[in-house]
Design a protein around this ligand. Structure first.
Ligand code: GLC
Length: 653
């Protein structure tokens, strides 16, 4: 949009900009800067317009974008242009991701490069390498307490290892996702050290207070994220004799985005990693970016403005790079991270579907899909050109963050229901084979979340211990069922490393004093590659899970109806154990796939005529795309075995 106030500012900036930038031929950069400048200016003005140095800050912002553009490798620039042309590229069903710790998966980044073939064997073509940046050995929060945003942790490797990994992946048409921890730094970061030494400039990078007045006001409404390990949201720093805001662990200092210098630094870092070859940047803890007294300081409007501004700036320098919003917040809040008041995503193109994840675990524990159906039905619509990251497990705990109204609507009492889920998933009940552990128990609110590896939560550990073949098979079926849901729902399925071979809880973290207090480490395993070899032994759990997933991935990639164009219709047939939805190919009429999952331990039936006249399923000859077989029918009743699923299509279409 051409608007004169911002345009004349742009002209002034172009006059003022450093000569080494001004004199370069940056055609693509300038066309994009021109296109986005009004948006960039407006957002920056909304956030920082009241400052006297506003214009100087704007010059710096543009310089950062331009300098990073100049640094950007020509291969990446070519990719940018290609993706601009094929802008729906990431909505395709062909993407399947895996999140992994490079050390747990393969020792280090070099080791990971050698394991790309394993990922390809499975069919994974997007990897999220969990944080690899420098951080203190002990107080690391699994890499999320970064002490240097521009260099790699020596234990993981070097910057050049990351660039080689990025190149290896690009050559194979695979995507690399890296984290930028935008909300906080380690207290060992150079900025924090300088702040501690009394440098005012860097004290303004954080929220630092002389006394408890403001912290106490904040505490009235701020929840606690790690109530057991890091109660409260402020930490007293003895060197400064001041209080620092530390919403997560006490060694993670929250960055102060009301200071434009912080925004510009973090944008520079995002673009730096885009230039190292990250196709996707995972923005950590984005809900927390703006703090306001009297609120929970999550999902504030300004947090969204910051993300929109980051996106608009990234579009100018590296338009091929996508953002993932890690916002594990209430269902109605999550979709806002795609951007509001827009048709296409203007904040983050991708967001974790934490709601779906938690609802799937609800279905596992209750063996019915009442809340799953209710919760998904009430999820706000997602924008076009925005997509979910669908997952069953990740490196974090499972939070039971569903909407209380949804729980009440299906006649459960929210508190009691959450307690039931916690007890079920932590194996308190005799009939529960799950082996999770409570995480982040808050005695003040009674809340808790759940840690545990997928296979142990799904009962495989218990079944193997008692050596019960039927129970072993059931838990394998459940693992596959859960994956069949994230592969067909719409969005990018994100597997979690180790789950593909049924890795169980890892209790060795208890022997490490830096980890013992945080049981999320029980599901951050070191892969046992001998066990992984068992994927070649017919009949082993490893083989059944690995081959099941491998086939599922291959089949998913061949089903255009599984691409994410908001082309999903949830169906209700009155059987409370089934989760049923239709996916349709937006490019071809009647190219539908009916997804049916049975979350119960007994076979269930579905009367096809109850589905109405959708894609002629009633009379057609059905085929399950996953197994290639025709499913069992009794008259027009489809029979779904316990913990099984179908991806049904009709032979004739
Ligand atoms: C994100 C990460 C989590 C970490 C937190 C604080 O939620 O996923 O592991 O503890 O941010 O950085």
């Amino acid at each position: 949009m051409y608007e004169q106030v911002s345009h004349s500012l742009l002209n002034r900036i172009l006059d003022e900009i450093r000569p080494e930038i001004r004199n370069r031929n940056l055609r693509h950069f300038y066309t994009r800067l021109g296109a986005n400048f009004y948006a960039v200016y407006s957002l920056f003005h909304l956030l920082y317009g009241g400052r006297e140095d506003f214009e100087r800050q704007m010059v710096q912002l543009v310089e950062v974008m331009a300098a990073q553009y100049i640094q950007r490798d020509s291969a990446l620039k070519t990719l940018d242009i290609k993706r601009e042309r094929d802008h729906n590229w990431f909505l395709s069903q062909e993407w399947v991701g895996m999140a992994l710790y490079s050390d747990g998966f393969a020792g280090d980044i070099k080791g990971l490069r050698k394991k790309i073939a394993y990922l390809q064997e499975l069919g994974v073509n997007m990897i999220h390498v969990m944080p690899i940046l420098e951080c203190p050995a002990g107080a690391s929060d699994g890499g999320y307490a970064v002490s240097n945003f521009r260099d790699v942790n020596k234990r993981a490797g070097t910057l050049s290892d990351v660039m080689s990994l990025a190149k290896d992946l690009r050559r194979r048409d695979m995507l690399l996702t890296l984290d930028v921890v935008v909300n906080h730094t380690s207290d060992q970061h150079a900025w924090a050290r300088k702040a501690r030494q009394g440098d005012k400039k860097y004290q303004d990078y954080y929220y630092i207070f002389d006394n408890r007045d403001i912290p106490d006001m904040f505490e009235e409404t701020l929840p606690e994220i790690f109530p057991q390990n890091a109660p409260g949201n402020f930490t007293f720093d003895e060197t400064m004799n001041k209080w620092v805001m530390t919403v997560f662990n006490n060694y993670q200092w929250d960055l102060n985005y009301s200071n434009p210098a912080v925004f510009i630094e973090m944008l520079d870092i995002i673009l730096f990693w885009a230039n190292q070859g990250a196709d996707i940047v995972r923005l950590d803890a984005v809900a927390f970016l703006w703090k306001k007294i009297g609120t929970a300081s999550q999902n504030e409007r300004e947090a969204h403005l910051i993300l929109q501004l980051m996106k608009d700036c990234c579009h100018v320098t590296a338009p091929g790079v996508l953002f993932i919003a890690e916002a594990i917040v209430a269902p109605v809040e999550i979709t806002k991270y795609f951007g509001e008041d827009a048709i296409i995503a203007k904040e983050c193109e991708i967001a974790y579907n934490a709601t779906f994840m938690a609802l799937l675990w609800d279905a596992v524990a209750t063996r019915n899909t009442k809340l799953l159906n209710q919760g998904i039905r009430n999820l706000p619509d997602k924008l076009n050109r925005a997509t979910w990251l669908n997952y069953v497990r990740c490196h974090d705990d499972i939070g039971l963050g569903f909407d209380d109204t949804d729980i009440k609507q299906i006649n459960y009492e929210p508190h009691a229901h959450r307690k039931f889920l916690l007890d079920y998933l932590t194996g308190v009940y005799d009939d529960s084979p799950a082996r999770g552990q409570p995480f982040g128990r808050n005695d003040k609110t009674g809340d808790a979340r759940i840690s545990g590896a997928l296979a142990s939560l799904a009962g495989l550990e218990t079944a193997l211990e008692v050596n019960d073949p039927k129970a072993i098979q059931q838990s394998i079926d459940l693992i596959l069922l859960l994956h069949s849901m994230i592969m067909s729902y719409g969005g990018i399925p994100l597997l979690y490393y180790g789950d593909e071979i049924g890795t169980l809880n890892d209790r060795t973290f208890l022997e490490d004093e830096n980890k013992a207090h945080d049981n999320r480490w029980m599901h951050r395993p070191r892969i046992d590659w001998e066990k992984a070899e068992l994927r070649h032994h017919r009949g082993s759990p490893e083989q059944k899970i690995f081959d099941g997933l491998k086939k599922m991935i291959a089949v998913r990639k061949s089903i255009p109806a599984f691409a994410d164009f908001n082309n999903r219709e949830l169906l209700d047939t009155g059987n409370e154990h089934l989760f049923i939805f239709m996916r349709n190919n937006p490019l071809q009429l009647n190219d539908n796939v009916l997804v049916v999952g049975n979350f119960d331990g007994s076979p269930q039936s579905l009367t096809l005529s109850d589905l109405g006249n959708r894609g002629l399923f009633e009379y057609a000859q059905l085929q399950d795309l996953y197994s290639g077989a025709s499913p069992r029918l009794f008259k027009d009743q489809l029979v779904i075995p316990p913990y099984n699923f179908y991806w049904l299509t009709d032979f004739k279409s």
